[in-house]
Design a protein around this ligand. Structure first.
Ligand code: NDP
Length: 265
């Protein structure tokens, strides 16, 4: 058995990770690069993307391109995927990871906040998937992994809009998986609990502001939601995505996999 070949099961394949410049997306991009994939990482901030792409190439020797794109801008998404395909070919793996969370009690949710949460977390997933699925169906091969959240499986106070969007991502995943199951394309969701990233740091800052807690107290409140007593690490989410993209997971489609240290058990 050639172990090097076995481990690099994405050799020569093209993987796109939206929101691949930071946090969970950056960890996912790095792990897929280690499997041999050529990576396109997308996000709104070009210098952060370019910095990450250069670091990834330095660390793993992978071919990585940075593609500026806001997933809430349909035309921008179409242009970015067209440029990505021109450089690296049809997309074999899509990870819909770009997302954002804004907390507010229901009475304080404006129509604008509601629209922002659905646009970045749910509609962005639809628009990016539409860019890659026809070619995957034609190739009879492809992996789509959507980064949902535990908020896609249960409710959270002050998270009505975000949670509705992430429940939408889970429903999108399950339904699309049924449509693609006979065509060699798997579609799965990964549902992290509180993960140690900028997004969680913003959540801590919000709790400090709203409840008058110290940053340490606010962080401890979030940690208490994770039964194992420790936040999830981006690499732990990345390893689940890595497995879903492996040949061993060919029969896995339509699942919403919690990576949450026991939350929701
Ligand atoms: P971060 O805020 O650390 O990173 C978000 C990434 O998404 C950045 O690369 C950011 O780049 C990009 N991004 C944000 N908005 C857009 C947009 N409109 N268009 C394109 N790219 C965008 O978040 P996390 O790594 O924590 O979260 C990643 C995913 O995981 C999200 O979907 C989130 O909902 C989900 N998640 C996170 C959890 C957590 O506790 N952290 C828990 C459960 C789920 P830029 O700003 O330059 O655009």
């Amino acid at each position: 058995m050639n172990l090097v070949k076995e481990n690099r099961y994405l050799e020569g394949k093209h993987a796109v990770v939206t929101g691949g410049s930071r946090g969970i997306g950056a960890a996912i991009a790095a792990s897929l690069a280690n499997r041999g994939a050529r990576l396109t990482i997308m996000g709104r901030t070009l210098d952060t993307l370019e910095h990450r792409a250069a670091a990834m190439t330095r660390d793993s020797g992978a071919q990585v391109q940075a593609m500026q794109c806001d997933v809430t801008d349909d035309k921008g998404v179409q242009a970015a995927f067209a440029r990505a395909r021109t450089a690296f070919g049809p997309v074999d793996v899509l990870v819909n990871n770009a997302g954002g969370a804004e907390a507010a009690l229901f009475a304080e949710i404006s129509r604008a906040l509601w629209d922002r949460m659905l646009a970045v977390n749910l509609t962005g997933t639809f628009v990016c998937t539409a860019e890659v699925l026809p070619a995957m169906l034609q190739m009879r091969s492809g992996r789509i992994v959507n980064i949902a959240s535990m908020a896609g499986l249960r409710g959270f106070k002050t998270m009505v809009a975000y949670s509705a969007a992430k429940h939408g991502v889970v429903g999108f995943t399950r339904s699309l998986a049924l449509e693609t199951a006979r065509h060699g394309v798997t579609v799965n969701a990964v549902c992290p609990g509180y993960t140690d990233t900028d997004l969680t740091n913003t959540g801590v800052a919000n709790l400090v502001r709203a409840l008058g807690k110290t940053p340490e107290e606010a962080r401890a409140m979030l940690v208490r939601t994770v039964p194992r007593g420790k936040l999830i690490e981006p690499d732990e989410v990345a390893s689940a995505v890595d497995w879903l993209c492996s040949p061993q997971a060919a029969a896995v489609t339509g699942i919403a996999l919690p990576i949450a240290g026991g939350e929701g058990a």
